[in-house]
Design a protein around this ligand. Structure first.
Ligand SMILES: NC(=O)c1ccc[n+]([C@@H]2O[C@H](COP(=O)([O-])OP(=O)(O)OC[C@H]3O[C@@H](n4cnc5c(N)ncnc54)[C@H](O)[C@@H]3O)[C@@H](O)[C@H]2O)c1
Length: 317
């Protein structure tokens, strides 16, 4: 008899990696969580601390720290490894440092026999996801960036607060780069089947001062608003990541905006960008091509172009 254990490895036990491991354990999402960091003591301590929480949780998730050779039987390897952020850096400015770190880690992960799904968080996430796709040689369905999953959660949170509904009742996506050029296709943002633009139009008294541009800007700036005050963001990205992991491990066919390889979709090729995608046990099953207004498509194309320029600068075949 063979019973498969689900195993998630988190590379990088810093602010994001430890919060992701914690969410995996507290939500009881898988059988095993393994932490791996260049700072082995940090990975060891985070794993030990998490093990002490099991007594009060619903599931005896096995938590450990480990080595690259232990990635071979992982279903998902989450990549959060990164260099410390420098003041004033944009996400795209982080590329040079992140590239070096990623080059070091993809090879040993692949040498372990890993044939699961890379779930990439390290910024600039769209470009790094493309880099890992190229270095690993894995099929496009098996390399996924968190992309605009977090930005979408932030957008829904702000819209929900404006009209006092549950964020999960707001439907729509941020798309393109997880970064300054991301965009919102407002024509596709709905609450209870009603477009958000109609909601604004029908409620001039309550919402007359609300401008879509301001909401989009607030969403794009949300990460910095947190970083300026506590140095990093971790809970939102951990929740977004675990949402993606659940969709994969439970074979949910759930639609989540993630960064995936565009292979002709939306007229783009050889670039990762945030788009709504169907997620299942084998990773990205399908990219959903939504219809956008002309100006929305132009903003999406502009964002993808920025990512593509950085992907091209990696010089990987
Ligand atoms: N995609 C998103 O939506 C999103 C959201 C938040 C943060 N991030 C990104 O996630 C990354 C991690 O952020 P953080 O706040 O946890 O940073 P952090 O500095 O707290 O943690 C990074 C960890 O990576 C480890 N590390 C560095 N090089 C390594 C290597 N070669 N092998 C293994 N581990 C290594 C470090 O020791 C450190 O523990 C950053 O790139 C950040 O910009 C992305």
């Amino acid at each position: 008899m063979r019973i498969n254990n689900s195993k998630v490895v988190v590379i990088g036990a810093g602010s994001v990696g430890s919060a992701t491991a914690s969410s995996l354990v507290t939500q009881g999402v898988c059988d095993q969580v393994m932490l791996l960091d260049i700072n082995r003591e940090k990975a060891y301590a985070e794993a030990l601390d998490l093990r002490h929480s099991i007594q009060y949780l619903n599931r005896n998730v096995k938590v450990c720290c480990g080595e690259y050779k232990d990635c071979g039987d992982a279903d998902i390897v989450v990549v959060t490894a990164a260099a410390p952020m420098k003041p004033g850096q944009t996400r795209l400015d982080m590329l040079a440092d992140s590239k070096k770190i990623i080059k070091e880690l993809v090879e040993p992960v692949m040498e372990s026999g890993f044939d699961g799904i890379f779930l990439v968080i390290t910024n600039p996430v769209d470009v790094i996801s493309y880099y890992i796709y190229k270095l690993s040689g894995l099929p496009k369905s098996q390399v996924i960036g968190t992309g605009t999953a977090l930005d979408t959660a932030r957008l829904k949170c702000y819209l929900a607060e404006l009209i006092d509904v549950d964020p999960r009742s707001v439907h729509g996506f941020c798309m393109g780069e997880h970064g300054d050029s991301q965009m919102v296709p407002w024509s596709r943002v709905m609450v209870g089947g009603k477009s958000f633009t109609d909601i604004l139009r029908d409620n001039p008294g309550q919402l007359g001062q609300v401008h879509l541009k301001d909401i989009a800007k607030k969403t794009t700036r949300a990460g910095w608003e947190i970083i300026e005050r506590k140095g990093s963001t971790n809970y939102g990205i951990a929740a977004s990541t675990v949402g993606i992991i659940k969709a994969i491990l439970n074979d949910e066919n759930k639609v989540i905006p993630v960064s995936t390889l565009l292979d002709g979709e939306y007229g783009h090729c050889e670039v990762f960008a945030g788009v709504p995608a169907v997620l299942c046990r084998s990773g990205v099953k399908e990219v959903i091509q939504i219809r956008m207004h002309e100006d929305e498509k132009a903003r999406f194309d502009h964002s993808v172009k920025i990512i593509k320029e950085h992907c091209d600068s990696l010089n990987v075949k």
